[in-house]
Design a protein around this ligand. Structure first.
Ligand SMILES: Nc1ncnc2c1ncn2[C@@H]1O[C@H](COP(=O)(O)OP(=O)(O)OP(=O)(O)O)[C@@H](O)[C@H]1O
Length: 792
């Protein structure tokens, strides 16, 4: 699966290998004519069997003896073949087999589509069996009409169903066949009868007028009418089957006949279904899908087994026990505290979650909500518990919520989250079981919809466990072909376990040894490489005329995109950065710019970012980053300011730690107890996956060649190259900011052209380096250039 890509755009991809049974032209000629001749041989032997079969019967037991003579036109082989097919097989229906063999020869010889031949064999065999049973129904002995098969099946059926039952079953078989094979419908049959009835009436009236007309004649005419009507219907159906594209809306109008009576006088309008017109590529794709089925990206690791649920631990303390005393105590204290501040309560309701209990309060009429909100700290103090959070009002309800931590918190195991119906049955693209809400429901979100996630929390509050929960969820739901991770772990300890699944699930730069990135300079290269991957993917999507990765992959699976044109199945890529603060402190803009670019653009092409940080201060989570990460998770933080930085509001400072978190996707804040997955569990899962057959290498990202070092952008005007002006003119005229253009036009070496581009960037004439693409030219024309240079 891992494919090497370079930033020099599409390298021709390997042709998709599809299992096929290919014969050379010579082989086709030999094999095809063999089948045709064999078909003829069978036919001759069968015909001859009707004349010579009885005489030859006795000779069959002496087959090897040369003295015994057989009468069949094809002698011993003919006698044996026809005995095998007709006597011991399917009776006269065996002629159909001869026909099918003959037809197969023609198909091979003329290279006609195999799928149609398969259909002929399928239906042909069914007719053979039906005919054999049908003929067997009328014969008392094992005779040549129905053959042994027909006779035996009949006697079996008649034992269980009797003669009537068997004949009804045969009729049912015939109806089913006609309906499926020729699309005969009830309407077509009733129409047939109607026209027959009409004809009979016609005949009868004729008869009245002209008594000399023979009754026989009338009946034969009627039969003729039935036959033609039936043939017309069959013909129509055949046309429909063979050429659905030509079907259009048609209005069928029955012209009223002269002797119309009430029943038939109405004009019947039948609107036929419009079949979508297929384009040429659709036809090819449909044929490919018909022959080989949909493209299956998981085929290369077809035997891959998802980790079983048993690898995850269950806890005794998982079920929530209601402590009535605690509830009563908290309720009394809430009522008491609020009454101290003259806030009356109309009603109170408790919802017990895994770590906190939510008390929903309906205050007396006329009490202002802001008053309660202002008393938050006082209420917390008198309830003497850490982590009181007041939600006033609860969005969507007219109540006020007070969340009080439980004395004995229960653990939400990863086992319970993963095994939940919500997660197992989810149809999301990248489902993540984060944990349980306060009302004890498993909380599952789609990473693809987020589309990027920012995670923050003070040290020891459950961030690493949270990241593991995200990764574990994806490992339990996505095949290695469908998702790839890029793991950045400057702490060098948290994500090391995932090394074992490098060749299944990880992506890396082509020249790097370790897939998990611990070094800051490598992060910069990886991020830039990811930007190139993004550009490449956008190019593929544009060529395929798709708006997003799921449309693109669906089209690829339906074989509508040609792998020879660079198309391939695109796995989702999830970039996980543990400890973002460290990165941004050491690399600053170099990291921020590609992250922001990816965050802005990568959602449609299946690249999703998850960044986690201990220090949620504004110089780490900058405005740009924040603007592009609408989905955020906050574990407990130490100050209100930190909480505001992550969530744009307080609350995270009042959490109780150990996986207690707030999740927001831009609007509401949801309190969740994060599912707990321990290091030994992750180890078991990665061991389980790591022990299975893997791809030859990790998924390779495009190569990224870092910018030439030593380019400083603050180049003095005096230090400019003597060709600076000419270079600027060339670039502005061509509206293309590339060094190679300067090399060609001004006949320069690579280094000088590169220096000129840097100087042009410093002068604000071209934009910054953009990976594989040419730089943007910021000056629209030469007049603007003159004005720009004069103003310097
Ligand atoms: N969801 C959870 N349920 C129960 N306990 C948890 C949960 N998450 C974390 N803990 C407890 O908190 C401890 C610290 O968690 P974790 O290692 O994830 O913290 P962290 O925020 O990543 O810390 P650091 O930033 O120092 O790595 C865990 O060892 C565990 O005992």
């Amino acid at each position: 699966m891992a494919k090497k890509k370079t930033n020099t755009k599409k390298t021709p991809k390997k042709k998709l290998k599809l299992p096929s049974f290919n014969l050379s032209s010579q082989q086709k000629l030999v094999f095809g004519s063999f089948l045709i001749i064999f078909g003829v041989v069978l036919c001759i032997a069968f015909v001859s069997f009707f004349f010579t079969g009885e005489i030859d019967q006795s000779t069959l037991s002496n087959f090897s003896s040369r003295e015994v003579k057989t009468q069949n036109w094809l002698r011993k082989s003919g006698a044996w073949l026809s005995d095998f097919f007709i006597q011991r097989g399917f009776g006269v229906a065996s002629f159909i087999f001869a026909g099918l063999v003959f037809l197969s020869g023609i198909y091979v010889l003329m290279n006609l589509p195999k799928s149609r031949l398969r259909k002929h064999w399928f239906w042909g065999t069914l007719i053979v069996i039906w005919l054999s049973v049908f003929f067997g129904f009328f014969s008392q002995t094992n005779d040549i009409l129905g053959g042994t098969v027909g006779f035996e099946i009949n006697s079996l059926l008649q034992d269980y169903l009797g003669k009537v039952g068997t004949s009804l079953l045969l009729l049912f078989g015939l109806i089913t066949y006609l309906a499926i094979r020729f699309g005969v419908t009830f309407e077509s049959i009733s129409k047939l009868f109607k026209s027959a009835k009409k004809d009979i009436k016609h005949e009868l009236s004729d008869l009245k007028e002209d008594t000399y007309v023979a009754v026989d004649n009338a009946l034969s005419d009627e039969a003729e009418a039935i036959k033609t009507a039936f043939e017309i219907q069959l013909e129509e159906n055949k046309k429909k089957q063979s050429n659905p594209a030509k079907e259009n809306i048609s209005i069928e109008v029955d012209t009223p006949s002269e002797e119309n009576n009430d029943e038939e006088s109405g004009i019947e309008i039948k609107v036929e279904q419009i079949a979508e017109e297929l384009s040429e590529t659709d036809n090819l794709a449909n044929k490919l899908v018909e022959d080989f089925g949909q493209f299956d990206p998981t085929l290369e690791l077809g035997k891959y087994q998802f980790p079983p649920l048993e690898l995850l631990k269950k806890y005794d303390t998982e079920s929530i026990t209601i402590n009535q005393e605690e509830l009563e105590e908290n309720k009394n204290r809430i009522v008491e505290t609020l009454s101290n501040y003259k806030i009356g309560i109309a009603s109170i309701k408790a919802t017990i979650g895994p770590t906190v209990t939510l008390y929903e309060i309906v205050p007396d009429a006329g009490i202002r909500i802001s008053k309660i909100k202002n008393l938050e700290d006082d209420i917390a103090l008198s309830l003497s518990a850490l982590g009181i959070r007041i939600i006033a009002p609860i969005p969507g309800k007219g109540t006020i919520g007070i969340e009080v931590p439980n004395k004995n918190a229960t653990i939400v195991s990863m086992h319970s989250a993963i095994s939940s119906k919500k997660f197992q049955g989810s149809k999301m693209q990248l489902p993540i079981a984060l944990g349980k809400t306060i009302s004890n429901e498993t909380f599952v979100v789609d990473l693809a919809k987020m589309p990027h996630l920012l995670m923050a929390g003070a040290t020891g509050q459950g961030k690493s466990v949270g990241l593991n929960a995200v990764l574990t969820s994806l490992l339990y739901k996505k095949h290695p072909a469908e998702v790839k991770f890029i793991l950045v772990d400057p702490k060098k300890v948290e994500l090391t376990l995932y090394n074992k699944i490098e060749r299944h699930y990880l992506a890396k730069l082509p020249d790097s040894e370790e897939a998990i990135i611990t070094d800051n300079t490598k992060v910069i290269n990886t991020l830039n490489s990811l930007c190139i991957e993004m550009d490449n993917r956008y190019e593929l999507l544009k060529n395929a005329m798709c708006r997003n990765i799921s449309e693109y992959n669906a089209k690829f699976k339906a074989r509508k995109l040609n792998p020879n044109e660079g198309h391939q199945f695109l796995p989702y890529i999830v970039l996980v950065v543990d400890e973002f603060a460290d990165l941004i402190m050491t690399a600053g803009k170099e990291v921020e710019t590609p992250i922001a670019r990816l965050a802005q653009l990568a959602r449609a092409i299946g690249i999703h970012l998850i960044i986690a940080t201990q220090r949620p201060s504004v110089n780490v989570i900058t405005g740009i980053i924040k603007a592009n990460f609408p989905a955020r998770i906050a574990f407990r933080v130490t100050s209100k300011i930190d909480s505001r930085t992550i969530l744009d509001g307080s609350g995270a400072d009042q959490l109780i730690g150990r996986g207690d978190m707030l999740f927001t996707q831009g609007n509401d804040m949801i309190r969740i107890q994060c599912a707990f997955v321990d290091t030994p569990e992750v180890e078991k899962i990665t061991d389980y996956i790591g022990a299975q057959k893997a791809y030859p290498d990790a998924y390779l990202l495009p190569e990224y060649v870092g910018e030439e070092s030593g380019t400083s952008l603050d180049i003095d005007i005096e230090d400019r190259d003597s060709l600076f002006k000419e270079a600027a003119i060339v670039i502005v005229t061509a509206q293309q900011g590339s060094a190679s253009l300067l090399q060609r036009k001004l006949k320069l070496g690579y280094n000088r052209a590169g220096r000129l581009i840097d100087q042009l960037e410093a002068a604000g004439i071209v934009g910054p380096f953009e990976g594989s693409k040419a730089r943007q030219v910021l000056i629209p024309d030469l007049t603007a250039l003159d004005a720009h240079l004069e103003n310097e």
